[in-house]
Design a protein around this ligand. Structure first.
Ligand SMILES: Cc1cc2nc3c(=O)[nH]c(=O)nc-3n(C[C@H](O)[C@H](O)[C@H](O)COP(=O)(O)OP(=O)(O)OC[C@H]3O[C@@H](n4cnc5c(N)ncnc54)[C@H](O)[C@@H]3O)c2cc1C
Length: 497
């Protein structure tokens, strides 16, 4: 019976974390990897699309955390790739809040509402901390709930934008407080191609390496103490000594991938404890500009009695002058609601809100773009959010491997979850953790001491000089269901499952 060829490592997902893990492995001599990506492209939640004559970012848009004493590694990559960016100044957003009659709230009222929202957020954090501290004295103060439209609008930007965590956010503490919007026709994803160029075969700005396999939706992971066997939706199978899984927390919470044997309870509990945030940027193209321009007017808000209803707006004149594009951001319940309706209905709702702010005579948008991150079965949401009060066990369990399956992705980054740099750094950490595991396993087993490079010996990697050599023979599709790990090098001859 024919078995699929065996690699050292299979990486599931070609977003930034999967690619940075691959980079660490390849740069350390583990070259016979396979990257299985469900969609037709690399990048995952970093994704550009042509819209209204420019390139807009449907997923990550900003390099967040710049200007501090430590350099954000993604900012470093952006510099190396010569990515065009522009500074975003959010500090004025609270002074550009429109009421339904089109008037901007006086700055004093805005400042008071802001203060109230911050105090309420701090109170919530304190209460959570006390709830989790069994010996602590209980505090009976209740945080004030936002009530008026302006309070709701400010509460929305504090919680759904600036302060999803009210404690200091590591990104800003570690890397700096500035945020830069990517405004480059090649897209944020250009960073990934630049990174991939260093360890995968590329030509004409595309990754042409046969170790990267697109349109491969992983549906089943069989794992044992000897290795892993992966089955994809098109019935191909792949086997490896180890696997790195970079699918998002939303995907892990869904039934897209089944594990045999099932994941242990502690892992499932940790996966289910994280929240999935849905964050949707809706793009609208207009024949001409009718909103106030200027850097300090880049962000503006609409105070509606329904929290998060077309609240947060941005014009794209700073990024792309003359593009006449507005972006409105919805989150969570509003995102899901809008994903479920037609774009025409969404356009009508957005236009009604804009007419409240800017009057009845503004032109209709000529085009609309509504990304659907929640309904994308390879994402199931935009990014992870840890509970306000996180216990260390949860953090450890989220990233802990299960046998030969290693977990990576922004959701496994204790300090930077939810960000591109969280994805990047988690991939590097997971790649290094797997290298350590490989070395440790080799030390214990003392396998093939006669080979020059012990790491390569363990992982079955050979010194590969050409792409054709890198994975040969190709992994098998449509093979029967019983599989054997046949590697004689590693001494495996038993069925793994
Ligand atoms: C709308 C939005 C706005 C954001 N804004 C910002 C921002 O401004 N700044 C910032 O720093 N971060 C932002 N983020 C977060 C950032 O994009 C992510 O944290 C980061 O890109 C996650 O990278 P990742 O590698 O962990 O996951 P992903 O990019 O999701 O990569 C995982 C890959 O796995 C693939 N996959 C899933 N299931 C399977 C399967 N069964 N088989 C094979 N492949 C599979 C997916 O297709 C995907 O390509 C935003 C995200 C979104 C969605």
């Amino acid at each position: 019976m024919e078995s699929p060829a065996r690699s050292s490592v299979i990486i599931v997902g070609a977003g930034i974390s999967g690619l940075s893990a691959a980079k660490v492995l390849v740069e350390n001599g583990v070259e016979d990897i396979i990257i299985l990506e469900a969609s037709e492209r690399v990048g995952g939640r970093i994704r550009k699309q042509e819209f209204g004559g420019v390139s807009v970012e449907l997923g990550a848009g900003w390099v967040a955390g710049v200007g501090g004493t430590k350099i954000n590694p993604v900012w470093d990559l952006a510099k190396q790739a010569n990515l065009r960016t522009c500074f975003s100044d959010y500090s004025n957003a609270r002074y550009n809040i429109y009421d339904p009659s089109g008037k901007i709230f006086p700055s004093g009222i805005a400042a008071d509402s802001y203060q109230k929202a911050v105090e309420s957020a701090m109170q919530k954090l304190k209460n959570e901390e006390e709830k989790n501290d069994l010996d602590g004295t209980k505090n009976t103060d209740q945080p004030c709930s936002p009530e008026t439209p302006i309070e709701l609008a400010i509460d929305f930007i504090l919680h759904d934008f600036e302060m999803a965590e009210v404690e200091p956010i590591s990104t800003y503490v570690d890397f700096g407080e500035k945020e830069f919007l990517v405004a480059d026709e090649r897209g944020y994803e250009h960073l990934l191609y630049k990174m991939a160029e260093k360890f995968l075969f590329t030509s004409d700005g595309k990754i042409s390496d046969s170790r990267l396999k697109l349109n491969k939706v992983v549906r089943e992971l069989q794992h044992s103490r000897n290795g892993v066997l992966v089955t994809t939706e098109d019935d191909c199978t792949y086997q490896a000594n180890y696997l790195i899984l970079s699918a998002s927390i939303g995907v892990l919470q869904s039934d897209l991938i089944s594990f045999k044997p099932p994941l242990p309870r502690w892992k499932l509990e940790a996966i289910n404890e994280l929240d999935v945030i849905v964050y949707t940027k809706i793009f609208l193209k207009f024949p001409y500009k009718f909103w106030p321009a200027g850097a300090e007017k880049e962000f503006f808000m609409y105070a509606h009695e329904r929290r998060g209803y077309y609240t947060f707006w941005q014009h794209m004149e700073n990024a792309y002058p003359g593009s006449n594009i507005l972006v409105v951001t919805l989150t969570n319940g509003e995102s899901k609601r809008v994903e479920a309706q037609s774009d025409q209905e969404t356009l009508k709702e957005a236009m009604d809100v804009l007419r409240k702010m800017f009057g009845p005579n503004i032109p209709d948008a000529s085009d609309i773009l509504v990304p659907r991150w929640w309904n994308n079965r390879f994402q199931r949401g935009s990014y992870s959010n840890y509970p306000i009060y996180v216990n260390q066990q949860l953090v450890d369990n989220i990233k802990a491997p299960v046998g030969r399956i290693f977990f990576t992705g922004e959701h496994t980054s204790e300090k930077f979850n939810g960000y591109v740099h969280g994805g990047y750094l988690s991939g590097i950490d997971t790649g290094n953790a797997l290298l350590d595991e490989i070395k440790e396993s080799q030390r214990k087993n003392l396998i093939q001491p006669f080979l020059v490079d012990p790491l390569l010996a363990l992982t079955e990697s050979l010194s590969l000089s050409t792409q054709a050599d890198a994975v040969s023979p190709l992994h098998k599709c449509d093979i029967p269901t019983q599989h054997f790990l046949t590697s004689t090098k590693l001494g495996f001859s038993e069925p793994i499952l």
